[in-house]
Design a protein around this ligand. Structure first.
Ligand code: IVH
Length: 667
């Protein structure tokens, strides 16, 4: 600040004092001539430095410089409100009717501050007033003057200007941050938000810290200028016109209006906008249609406000429901008292996974915040522990599938069910595993991706997958399976068509039918056709199959009839076990065989299930334990308990190498 400027400020202070003394007490402090000289100096400085002029009323009102603070101000042209709508349809039809009248529309933020009117006489700011009830407001000139950094309000404009400008007095985000910091430094409590801050600042009797605020102009009452011309005019005088804020050209199409509304909604939500807003305003650009349209007692018909729906609400969490998804993933859903969020009433929302609930200590009975993000899926974001009353229950579910009761795989953040009875994903993972169709390369992730992408609806669909489909398969984080992996998996699937019947039966994943059951059924019925024709009684002829298992299996066959048809059509082996026709000639015919210890030699790669399959291919019956009925123990570990028992019972014991010779080319 220059010395010249500080003596200018000192002159103003003196002149105001002199004025007060003259009008309010009977003791003038200076002569009329001295007072006139003072005013002349002030005027000369202001003419030379229009950019440094500060706000005072020495030249304007009678008794210039005297406070009229708090007195009524009647608004000759009422300060109206705006009609608010909540649906995009209404924006669309408003736009349509304005465009039909030949007027494009502008879209601008609905600013959330204080509506004020600023009046200029002879080029000087003379009065600031509140909106009040629209007809009568209150003079707040001095209070606005005490805002040390007021952006967007010129104190002098061209001397010929007689003007009233209306707009919103507010604090931008940075105004708010600075003012609040100064306020706190001055020992006062911080304002909660910009809207409270501006209202509190204007209401305060005196402000002894530096405040920043901004005025955005949106209306010149009685003006016959179009929105654009008025904005250019206001801009030239030093105001910040609202129609410039979004930098959008006037819109002539409904679609572009809706796009602008949508775009601003996103910015607002991301807190990406410098001013506090509570919606958006849509206005007809052309001034000449306004008088024709007129106003209701409340609001003009040439403008409207759209309020974005609140995307957040709080409610009370009543329950958490665990479910198995199509991919076998376990989901957690919060059930709460119904709340209205973003245009709909909701009573359930995702809680993602157990870690989400646990990390945030979300308890049943807690007050929680529910929101809808841009994808419109309702989510629970947090709980409010400070609102707990004591009856809230921490959530710690049993780690078992809510459908089948089988234990869950909880080794990763997303818990999974691996039980085929639970879901398509679990079923596929199970069906492709080593003891079933043995399709190497399809693990839990790819199984889930196949289900997620809807490439498969059951296990038979695996056989219809093309290399291209597999190549493009979307995995997590934007990865795809790729051509090399796809080709490998495709070849594996082809090979899987020739798996023994027992494995195909096992792959069906029917409840309580595991690998042993699959082998016994295959050995007993020989073909899928015979198995499918079997009644509950026939099924009970198979060793170890009681009425309940038989019933479950029969039900499973009926339910899976379409899948079985598809498997057959795809060329999957539905036929006899390789040697089923010449059973008489098989090496282990009539023998019950038990395996113990690690296999060696030609058998070293076989899993226990594969050993059992081999035994049964060779005409024997595989068993897990040694008894009097045992005919043979294949022993990879002398000294094991099975070996001891076999020795005691005099059961014949062979090494894996000897056994390989016994079964010959069946290995
Ligand atoms: S135009 C009717 N434009 O919202 C006079 N008003 O709820 C023309 N407001 O009283 C008003 N932002 O205080 C207009 N961009 C904007 C606005 C806006 C906020 C206020 C204004 C009005 C209230 C109506």
């Amino acid at each position: 600040m220059t010395t010249e400027h500080s003596s200018y400020l000192e002159d103003i202070r003196l002149a105001e004092q002199a004025n007060a003394a003259y009008y309010q007490s009977s003791e003038p402090i200076m002569s009329d001539a001295a007072f006139d000289a003072l005013l002349e100096r002030i005027a000369a400085f202001e003419e030379a430095h229009p950019d440094q002029v500060v706000f005072h009323r020495l030249f304007s009102a009678p008794g210039g410089g005297l406070s009229t603070e708090g007195t009524d101000v009647s608004h000759e042209v009422p300060m109206l409100s705006l009609d608010k709508v909540r649906s995009l349809d209404e924006i669309e039809s408003f736009t349509t009717s304005m465009v039909a009248l030949g007027s494009p529309v502008t879209v601008e933020p609905k600013l959330d501050g204080l509506a004020i009117s600023i009046e200029y006489r002879g080029g000087r700011l003379v009065r600031v007033s509140t909106r009040g009830d629209g007809r009568t407001g209150e003079d707040i000139t001095e209070r606005v003057r005490s805002i040390s950094n007021l952006h967007g309000v010129p104190y002098v404009v061209h001397p010929s200007v007689e003007l009233e400008v209306r707009g919103e007095l507010l604090m931008s985000k940075s105004d708010f941050a600075t003012s609040n910091a100064n306020r706190v430094a001055a020992g006062k409590t911080a304002f909660a938000n910009p809207r409270n801050a501006i209202a509190g600042t204007v209401r305060a009797d005196s402000i002894d810290y530096e405040t920043h605020a901004t005025f955005i102009a949106y209306d010149v009452p009685g003006s016959s200028e179009d929105v654009n011309a008025a904005a250019a005019h206001l801009h030239a005088l030093g105001f910040l016109p609202s129609s410039d804020l979004l930098g959008d050209v006037p819109h002539t199409a409904e679609r572009s209006v809706l796009e602008a509304v949508e775009k601003f909604g996103v910015a607002r939500e991301h807190d990406d906008y410098p001013y506090p807003t509570d919606g958006i305003v849509i206005k007809a650009v052309r001034a000449d249609i306004r008088p024709k349209l007129g106003s209701t007692s409340r609001a003009p018909r040439w403008a409207m406000a759209y309020k974005y729906e609140a995307k957040k609400a709080t409610t009370v969490l009543r329950d958490i429901v665990m479910d198995v998804g199509r991919t076998g993933n376990i989901s957690f859903t919060g059930v709460f008292d119904p709340v209205h969020v973003d245009g709909s009433t909701i009573a359930r929302a995702t809680l993602h996974n157990f870690a989400f609930i646990h990390d945030r200590d979300i308890r049943i009975g807690d007050t929680v915040e529910v929101y809808k993000a841009n994808d419109v899926i309702p989510r629970i974001s947090r709980s409010f522990p400070e609102l707990r009353e004591g009856s809230e229950q921490p959530y710690d579910p049993e780690r078992v599938s809510p459908k089948s009761g089988s234990p869950l795989d909880t080794s990763e953040v997303i818990w999974r069910s691996t039980d085929p009875a639970d879901s398509l994903g679990s079923w596929v993972s199970y069906a492709v595993s080593r003891d079933c169709l043995d399709i190497e390369g399809i693990g839990g992730e790819i199984a889930a991706a196949l289900v997620e992408s809807e490439l498969i609806g059951d296990i038979a669909d695996l056989f219809g997958l093309t290399v291209d489909e597999l190549t493009a398969l979307q995995l997590s984080e934007g990865r795809t399976l790729g051509a090399r992996n796809a080709a490998k998996i495709h070849a594996q699937i082809e090979t899987a068509k020739t798996r023994p019947l027992a494995r195909v039966i096992t792959a069906l994943g029917i409840r309580r039918s595991g690998r042993t059951f699959g082998r016994r059924l295959a050995a007993h019925f020989h073909t899928m056709a015979a198995l499918r024709a079997a009644g509950v009684d026939d099924l009970q002829q198979v060793e170890g199959v009681g009425p309940e298992r038989a019933r479950l299996f029969r039900e499973g066959l009926d339910r899976l009839a379409p899948v079985l048809d598809k498997l057959a059509a795809a060329g999957v082996n539905m036929g006899a076990e390789p040697d089923a026709d010449d059973r008489g000639a098989r090496p282990l015919n009539g023998m019950t065989v038990v395996v113990t210890g690690a296999m060696t030699g030609a058998l070293s790669n076989l899993s226990r299930n594969e050993m059992n399959e081999l035994i049964e291919r060779a005409g024997g019956k595989a068993s897990g334990s040694v008894s009097k009925k045992t005919s043979l123990l294949v022993c990879g570990e002398e000294g094991s308990s099975k070996w001891k028992k076999a020795t005691d019972l005099g059961v014949r014991i062979v090494t894996p190498e000897e056994f390989a010779i016994m079964v010959g080319d069946l290995v």
